[in-house]
Design a protein around this ligand. Structure first.
Ligand code: FEO
Length: 165
């Protein structure tokens, strides 16, 4: 099996960078939560950030396994200011929606290029994005319900901190 076409390799390389950018976005959110004394939300974001590195590495390994050439690019600066826990999780949800669009476009390209292994590899990401949107939108809904009630927010922080590594 030949390596993915040049066009597809470029798009896969761009997705590797997008996943590292996601890791950066969540790490930036973790830093915000650490600074604001929300240890549970911070832990959740750290775990999420690490998962994003795994996503990047999945594509990295795939390109190499196919005899392609991984070329890393610059990682854009993540947002650093957040108004509240709700604001951070809303941004997380919006971020995931954008990533879903990127994955779908990448899949379309793999179809156009007639590259079946890339299509199969991307199916994992298509499923994963359903999960990513679900968990971030649920977090937004919980935070909206908690509103400004300190007790409810503290309980949520504790619950989010139980996320497994
Ligand atoms: Fe790699 Fe959060 O999607």
């Amino acid at each position: 099996m030949a390596a993915p076409s040049k066009k597809l390799q470029d798009a896969l390389n761009a997705q590797i960078v997008a996943e590292f950018h996601s890791a950066y976005v969540y790490l930036s959110m973790a830093a915000y939560f650490e600074a604001e004394n929300w240890p549970g939300f911070a832990k959740w974001m750290r775990v999420q950030s690490r998962e994003e590195v795994e996503h990047a590495m999945k594509i990295f390994d795939f390109v190499n396994d196919r005899g392609g050439r991984v070329q890393l690019g610059a990682i854009e600066k993540p947002p650093v200011r957040f108004a509240s826990p709700l604001d951070a999780f809303r941004k997380a949800y919006e971020h995931e929606r954008k990533i879903t669009q990127k994955i779908h476009k990448l899949y379309d390209l793999a179809v156009q290029e007639g590259d079946y292994p890339t299509q199969v590899m991307l199916q994992w990401f298509i499923d994963e994005q359903v999960e990513e949107e679900k968990i971030t939108s649920e977090a937004v809904a919980r935070l909206e319900r908690a509103g400004d009630h300190p007790h409810a927010l503290l309980m949520l922080d504790r619950r989010f901190g139980k996320r497994e590594e």
